[in-house]
Write a protein that binds this ligand. Structure first.
Ligand code: AGP
Length: 615
């Protein structure tokens, strides 16, 4: 998956595109390229490296007056990350230029047909095949660019977010999307294009998110025309007003986006509760749930589909919903669900959880469930994202942009949404009295300030990180609500410090993992007062008797575990159902500081991208 930026207007596009690409590097950063054009010619620069090297390469070129351009920061899917495979690509006759995000699944057969018709290829990419297909259609059928793109895309199987330029018509850009997001920013006499809205935030707050199978021709001083690629019907443009400001995007003084986003969690949770947690009235207000109240209260089961950290949040959701609302819940990896021919009932409620709202596996799994009649409820962090638009209903986490590849505030805000859903469903189903609900609402309302208090004193976690940053392996243990947090803590450590880590239900130790315990194995145990406390203390004793190094996450004031563990990190005492929001915080910091000590790139870890929009 990659980042795309394009511009057509009166300003010189270079700075707009380069700065825009830098904001999109979390989507992929193994190679980058830019095309700048005016009415007479175009110029392309590409590098096998990050946007910074692209900018350096540009500075060596003579300046020229340009008014249109496109740029791309790549995450390789077909063809190695080389300069040759970097985008933009140029068609064989040199007329057409394209940047593309996605996968053309039938590119091999298309490439064979085009080769038989005399086309040769400069790269190993599927994107170049698509571009030459457009050229071939244009030549054979004498079509203008827009129509040729439309005809070509009707022959394509796969996913695309793309921008195409034709030097024969140097005052327009054609954009299209299927499966890979594309946002169009609208300004006076100019259009911006981005894989999301961050590249043009400071230029315009008016944005249109293309839907699947939609394309548009951008010409300055002309109204935007959106068409459906399959039906050729005109589509009314829905212009949204962006709420995010540029400051949200920048690091705000923190060394890394991840650290900024860890500290943003109190505000992110407040924003997620805002308008939904009506403590004075003793109510929860989730409009999407109210609109489909009967569907939820009569649901035979709830399926939760997600990937990665969002899947861990789904597991917490399972504990919350089953415990409070007594509705059966099953949580599945979307990537497994989509291929195992699952049994889906028409009265199933399927909750898709995704920070980006663009994860290919989650999107595909939800489509399968929807096609079989299930009701799709989305929990996303990005307004206008594909999953949020696919869903029959849904609610947003309001974590703000999460740029660090390692998900932090998205996780705690997803849990917050699940907590609201579980409590409201429990009320609807008569499982919770108004008085009990009110008590939970007051506690929930205070969580952000409890987190703020915790965040004021985390230096001891840095000290613990110093003791264990050279470890080769790590175990994370938790029970009940904190079993998913153990999985999440292990994922955080793996993905940013590259230390092998595994999360387990603590009781599972005796079924094998305890064989791993020795003096070289740090074991992080979540041992909060509420929730199987006595059992987890005995697990700690088992580990200690085998010389394991114990880092215990405990409730404030716990002296018993303090006497057993090598290190303790205290978190606020809370009801058992709220412990995941607190117990995840020290694990985020531990992973962060260990990764820093290991010299890892915390915001852009190796081999990873922020949003996996391809399989
Ligand atoms: C979590 O830190 C990772 N970035 C990854 O597991 C992520 O949670 C997963 O790819 C799902 O992404 P989504 O929430 O955007 O769907």
């Amino acid at each position: 998956m990659c980042g795309i930026v394009a511009y057509i207007g009166e300003e010189h596009p270079e700075k707009i595109i380069i700065e825009g690409l830098q904001r999109l590097e979390y989507r992929g950063y193994d190679s980058a390229g830019i095309m700048l054009a005016n009415s007479d010619s175009y110029d392309i620069t590409k590098v096998a490296g990050k946007v910074e090297s692209l900018s350096n390469a540009l500075s060596e070129k003579p300046a020229a007056k340009m008014h249109i351009g496109m740029g791309h920061t790549r995450w390789a899917t077909h063809g190695k990350p080389t300069q040759n495979n970097a985008h933009p690509h140029v068609s064989q006759n040199g007329d057409l230029v394209l940047v593309h995000n996605g996968i053309i699944e039938n590119y091999s057969s298309l490439k064979e047909e085009l080769t038989n018709r005399g086309y040769s290829f400069q790269s190993d990419t599927d994107s170049e095949v698509l571009l030459n297909l457009i050229e071939d259609i244009q030549n054979r059928e004498g079509l203008k660019l827009g129509k040729a793109v439309q005809v070509a895309l009707q022959q394509v199987i796969g996913a695309y977010g793309l921008v195409v330029y034709d030097r024969k018509k140097p005052n327009e850009l054609v954009v299209a999307r299927l499966g890979s997001p594309l946002a169009i920013g609208i300004a006076e006499g100019a259009y911006f294009v981005g894989s999301d809205a961050t590249p043009f935030l400071e230029h315009t707050r008016k944005v249109i998110y293309l839907e699947d199978y939609e394309m548009a021709i951008l010409r300055t001083h002309k109204d935007l025309q959106i068409r459906n690629i399959k039906t050729d019907h005109k589509v009314a443009a829905y212009v949204e007003e962006l709420k995010w400001n540029l400051e949200n995007i920048q690091k705000g003084g923190y060394e890394h986006f991840m650290l900024k986003e860890i500290y943003e969690q109190p505000e992110a949770i407040r924003n997620t509760l805002r308008g939904r947690l009506l403590t004075k009235e003793g109510k929860i207000q989730i409009s999407a749930l109210n609109q489909h109240r009967d569907k939820f209260s009569n649901a035979r089961r709830i399926l939760i589909l997600a990937c990665g950290t969002s899947w861990h949040a789904g597991l917490v959701g399972e504990y919350l919903i089953e415990s409070f609302a007594r509705i059966p819940v099953e949580v599945e990896y979307a990537s497994e669900f989509r291929y195992r021919d699952p049994i889906i009932y028409k009265d199933d409620i399927v909750i898709g959880v995704s920070q980006s709202g663009e994860t290919a596996d989650t999107l595909a799994a939800l489509k399968i469930a929807q096609e079989q009649g299930a009701f799709i409820f989305g929990i996303c962090n990005v307004v206008g994202a594909s999953i949020s638009r696919l869903a029959d209903a849904g609610t947003f986490t309001h974590a703000g942009p999460e740029i660090g590849v390692a998900s932090t505030k998205a996780f705690t805000t997803q849990i917050t949404v699940f907590t609201l859903l579980a409590l409201e469903l429990a009320r609807i189903k008569g499982q919770l009295s108004d008085a009990e609900l009110r008590n939970y609402l007051f506690e929930l309302e205070n969580i952000p300030q409890e987190i703020e208090a915790f965040l004021e004193d985390i230096d001891h976690i840095k000290t613990i990180a110093e003791s264990y940053h050279t470890a080769d392996n790590c175990l994370y243990l938790g029970r009940g609500y904190n079993f998913p947090v153990a999985l999440e803590g292990a994922l955080k450590l793996k993905e940013i410090s590259y230390i092998h880590a595994e999360g387990y239900p603590a009781a599972e130790m005796k079924h094998g993992p305890i064989a791993l315990i020795d003096e070289n194995m740090p074991v992080i145990v979540i041992a909060t007062r509420k929730g199987h406390y006595e059992k987890i203390v005995s697990n700690i004793e088992e580990i200690k008797s085998r010389k394991g190094k114990i880092i215990a996450i405990v409730s404030e004031g716990d002296e018993a575990v303090k006497a057993l563990a090598d290190h303790v990190i205290e978190i606020p005492l809370s009801s058992e159902c709220f412990t995941p929001i607190f117990s995840t915080l020290p694990l985020q910091f531990l992973a962060y500081y260990i990764a820093i000590l290991r010299g890892c790139n915390v915001d852009q870890p190796r081999n990873l991208a922020k949003s996996v929009t391809v399989e």
